[in-house]
Write a protein that binds this ligand. Structure first.
Ligand SMILES: Cc1cc2nc3c(=O)[nH]c(=O)nc-3n(C[C@H](O)[C@H](O)[C@H](O)COP(=O)(O)OP(=O)(O)OC[C@H]3O[C@@H](n4cnc5c(N)ncnc54)[C@H](O)[C@@H]3O)c2cc1C
Ligand code: FES
Length: 481
């Protein structure tokens, strides 16, 4: 069992114990935690074996973004067990690569049939901090909002951030991310202007700004005067031998297991990346009683805030700067890693290899915006490395190049949670203005932009600001009002 029984910050409100079966054997988990967490706590790390090369697979993102955890649940294949809550009596089985899904060949979209078309004033895709703040802002001016979230709860990545936030009083500096998340969730759940569609996934962008949403085994066509996309970001991996071994997790997976479901991701964790996420998650691991065997960073210095680096160094964790990962080892899951020094051109230096025992490698090597819906909508996108990859061109009102389509949060360029909330507010404000509901637009916009600019004014904001300038060179957005 790898459950965290005591934590200095988090009180885990675990559900009652329930029985379910995994590959025909009875297993016990806690109701409401994800199936992946229950299996992990029962020692199951290998979730799948590929049909042809017999490579084993485990979790990678644990936030519903990749397909590494697909299993058959109650006979239904392709269930993302990292976001599916555990219930009494479930049957969970491994599936093959060629698992068949029974498709109804007569299936028609709502656009074909005219059925299940739903109209809102503002449609928001993604219930992370950006989407939630966009909803609250639009609602504050009286707009009727439908907020679509593919998971069973709101909060996105904010719900795992146990560290205290920086910024000013307006960004609740000094308050922990999880507490900010709870407070926003409570406000939004009691907001009469906001209807929330949980367990609902936006799967396609169609003509006339209509979004197709898969919900409870049906497809809905959702359209609005404005559509705000706030789908967040996914984690990058690195290329090295055996980078697919179970036990190699994104930082989001480690945070989900540890900070949401109270499960230790492993015994000995090696962190790859000394940016803010790598440093923060390393400290969170130490708080959860996990041994962090080292932090590996290819750059000459840590990329994140020094205050985070000092905390983990004080705990005795070595930070290997100018090092990279040469390979991972293990028969069916991770058992150890080899790291090596790199030269100024980031080439590995022969003879500098070190072997380190680890059962978890936590990848914190950057995020890329989730932008498929923008591509489908025909938005102009640019590749801006400082913002994480392809990003929809957008202005400071959050308009994209498609009229009525706005962007908020990480999907418009990866920053951090406070900026995501502010860009959410900006998008919600613009959406309300498009409905002619806003009288104090200039004042409110100015206030939000001042807060955002102040967040971006430190040394860590320089790259972001340059990235945004490049994104907006020669920009012609739809603008709107
Ligand atoms: C793994 C990870 C760890 C992070 N750790 C930190 C940290 O420690 N500190 C920090 O400041 N920042 C961290 N960040 C950075 C992140 O910028 C912010 O914390 C913030 O959560 C971004 O807010 P967001 O609303 O844009 O995206 P998210 O918080 O990612 O929320 C996006 C939401 O959209 C939903 N969604 C996605 N696609 C669809 C769809 N098609 N249909 C319906 N819903 C959809 C998702 O389920 C999710 O709830 C982290 C990001 C990631 C990915
Ligand atoms: S979707 Fe479940 S691990 Fe990525």
């Amino acid at each position: 069992m790898s459950r965290i029984n005591q934590h200095p910050i988090i009180d885990f409100n675990k559900g009652r114990e329930v029985k379910f079966t995994y590959e025909g054997k009875e297993v016990i988990g806690c109701e409401g935690e994800t199936i992946a967490s229950a299996l992990h706590s029962a020692g199951v790390r290998v979730l799948h074996e590929t049909d042809t090369k017999h490579r084993t697979r485990g979790l990678f993102c644990a936030i519903g973004n990749c397909s590494s955890c697909l299993m058959k649940v109650n006979g239904v294949p392709n269930v993302r067990i990292c976001v599916e809550p555990l219930r009494e009596g479930m049957t969970v089985e491994k599936q093959s690569d060629k698992e068949k899904v029974e498709l109804d060949s007569n299936i028609r979209t709502p656009i074909d049939s005219g059925e299940k078309m739903v109209q809102a004033e503002v449609v928001i895709i993604g219930g992370g901090p950006a989407g939630m703040c966009a909803a609250l802002e639009a609602s504050r001016y009286g707009a009727k909002v439908i907020l679509v979230e593919r998971n069973y709860d709101l909060g996105g990545q904010l719900t795992k951030q146990t560290h205290k936030f920086f910024g000013s009083e307006k960004q609740q500096a000094g308050t922990r991310g999880i507490d900010i998340g709870v407070e926003i969730q409570e406000r939004i759940m009691s907001d009469p202007n906001v209807e929330i569609w949980f367990n609902s996934t936006a799967v396609g962008f169609y003509k006339d700004n209509t979004i197709m949403v898969e919900r409870e085994n049906a497809v809905y066509g959702l359209s609005g005067e404005s559509i705000i996309i706030a789908t967040g970001a996914f984690e990058k991996n690195l290329v090295f031998p055996n980078n697919d071994l179970p036990g190699i997790y994104g930082a989001g997976a480690v945070q989900t297991l540890m900070n949401i479901d109270g499960i230790k991701p492993g015994d000995d964790v090696i962190m790859i990346g000394a940016g803010n996420i790598g440093l923060i998650v390393s400290y969170q691991l130490i708080q959860a009683g996990v041994n962090v065997v080292g932090v590996v960073e290819a750059g000459p210095d840590v990329g994140g805030y020094k205050v985070h680096a000092s905390k983990i160094m004080r705990a005795g964790v070595p930070i290997y700067t100018r090092h990279t990962i040469k390979g991972a080892h293990g028969s069916d899951k991770l058992e150890g890693v080899t790291i090596a020094e790199v030269d100024d051109k980031w080439q590995m230096i022969q003879g500098t290899e070190k072997n380190i025992k680890a059962d978890v490698m936590c990848m914190a090597v950057g995020l890329s915006p989730i932008v498929e819906l923008f591509f489908q909508a025909g938005c102009e996108l640019k590749f801006i490395p400082a913002l994480g990859g392809y990003v929809p061109v957008n202005d400071e009102h959050r308009n994209t190049t498609v009229d009525g389509l706005l962007v908020a949060g990480d999907s418009g360029g990866v920053e951090e949670a406070s900026s995501a909330m502010l860009t959410g507010h900006l998008a919600g404000l613009t959406a309300a203005r498009r409905l002619d509901y806003v009288e104090d637009y200039d004042d409110r916009h100015c206030d939000l932009m001042d807060q955002l600019n102040s967040l971006r004014s430190g040394p860590h904001g320089v790259k972001i600001v340059e990235g945004i300038q490049r994104l907006r060179e020669g920009m012609v957005t739809a603008g709107g009002k």
